[in-house]
Each structure stands twice: as structure tokens, then as C-alpha cells.
Design a protein around this ligand. Sequence first.
Ligand code: FAD
Length: 282
Amino acid sequence: MNQTFSFELFPPKTEQGMEKLKTTVSRLQALGPEYFSVTYGAGGSTRERTFAAVEWLRGQGVETAPHLSCIGASREEIGEILQRYCNQGIRRIVALRGDLPSGAGLGELNDFNYANELVTFIQKEFPGQFHIEVAAYPEFHPQAPNAWQDLDNFQRKVEAGANGAITQYFYNPDAYWRFLDDCGRRGITIPIVPGIMPITNYANLARFSDACGAEIPRWLRKRLEAYGDNQQAIFDFGIEVVTGLCRNLLEGGAPGLHFYTLNQAEATLAICKELGLGAAGA
Ligand code: FAD
């Protein structure tokens, strides 16, 4: 089986951040990933910065998949962005609903309420132009009323024409395997690639996990807490744990791995090296 690897970046705010991104890309590029993806702030909050990062990556000849979130955007705006990407030779999009910042209302604008509507729009307005990835939630989306409705909603995105999915990160592989079983029972056959979050900074990870509904299992949380501010110990332990998770996923037949790099190369490189992937394994 051909297992693919991809790396996610966010669009930096500063020149210095952009330099860091460039170094990260050149180090990770050596692993031969399928593509790099670039996040897009909901409501267009990172629009120009996402464009800048995507443009730089394309200029380097790097396979690039921009994320596109639709909440709070008009059909016209989404259409213009897709046309721009089409003109740049981009062939893969990560299609999302996104979350508006708390307190921000949709106002009159609700051209898109959910990601399945964005997928339908892309397939209708740009037929066959993009390979469309959508988000999947093995531990379920925090706003979903229940697990089955969340699966129904995931299925809607697939039926609207998604070609693949990337999961929210998780540290419990059983959640992923069960999610895959449920999808299989529903006749969903698109590749569902696990999203992998390396563990480097426990405080940030804990905060982010609470917000996005990803669970840090108690045994892992307790051990990470016990390291206190010993960042090196957290890093080393994180590499060991996440490499074990990746091994479980790859050996179990996951179609690949998508790393949330947070624009840092070290942890992803270390995990890939342990796994023997690409040039990192050499
Ligand atoms: P949806 O699939 O629309 O689901 C959102 C919620 O609505 C779920 O609870 C679902 O069950 C429910 N739902 C879906 N469709 C329907 C329907 N038709 N009727 C009723 N209920 C429905 N956010 C960003 O802002 N920018 C990014 O770049 C970004 N990248 C991401 C990449 C990945 C791989 C992942 C996993 C997430 C990313 N996110 C990003 C976060 C994402 O935007 C949030 O998780 C958001 O809350 C949901 O987006 P979605 O596309 O999964 O939404």
C-alpha cells in the first residue's frame, strides 16, 4: 500500500515567522511529502497571509493544498479564491466550515453554513479541478449533538464529493479504528488520513485540545504534567509516544499521516526518523 505523508503549516504573522516557515519547509521537503497544506483563518482573518505563504510554496515548486473555510464568506469571495488557486496550478483544497472568533456573528451572511455546502459549491463551480480533503473527527466534533449525527454529517461531505479526509488529532488509536469501521459500514471508502499532533509544549496542547475536543488520555496527561517545565523531557517523551501512535496507525493500514507541524520541523523530523520515513530514515 502506498502510504502518503503531508505537513500542515500556518501562515505566519511576521517576517521572522515567514523565515522560520521557509526553513521548516526546506527541512521537511527532504522527506518527500505528498504536499504541504496551509491553514486559513475563518472569516478570512488570515486571507492575505495564507495567499502569501501559498504563493511562496508554489514559487518553490512545492505541492500545496490551501485550506479554505467558508463560514462568514460569500459565494463570490469563495469563487474568487478558488479561481486564484486554479490559476496558480493548485489541485488540492482542504475544505472546511471553520469557526468564527467568539463573539463574531454571521450577520446577514450565511451563504455557507457547513462544510458539505462548500464541497458542493466547489464540485459545481470547479468540476474536476480540485482534489477535495475534508475534516473528520474520530473523537467527534465538539458541537455535534451526538456521535451518529456527526457521522451523518461527515457522510454528507463525502456524498457532496470529498475525495479524502484528514482527521482531527487524537492520541487514542482505537477512536480512529472505530471511526473507520463506522465509515466502512456506511460504504464510505475515501482515504481518511490521521492527523498527527507532535507533543512539544504541554500547556499549549492542553489548552488547544480542550477547545477542539481532542482528548489527551489521563495516563498521558498525568505523565506530561509530572515533567513540569522540563521541556526536553516533554519533547523526548512526546516523540516516543507519538512515534508509537504512528506505528500503530501505519501498521494497521492507515492511508498515510498528516502532521500538524505548527511550523516547527524538529518534532516531525524526529518522529519520521524513528519511523524510517523518507530521507529522515536514511
Ligand atoms: P462541518 O463538517 O461543517 O461540521 C461542523 C459541525 O456541524 C459538526 O458538529 C457537524 O456534526 C455539524 N454539521 C455538519 N454539517 C451539518 C449539516 N448539514 N447540518 C447540521 N449539522 C451539521 N479551521 C480553520 O478556521 N482554518 C483551518 O485552516 C482549519 N483547518 C483544519 C484542518 C483539519 C484537518 C481539521 C480537522 C480542522 C481544521 N479546522 C480549521 C477546524 C475546523 O474549522 C473546525 O473544527 C470547525 O468547527 C468545523 O469545521 P468542519 O469543516 O469540520 O465543519
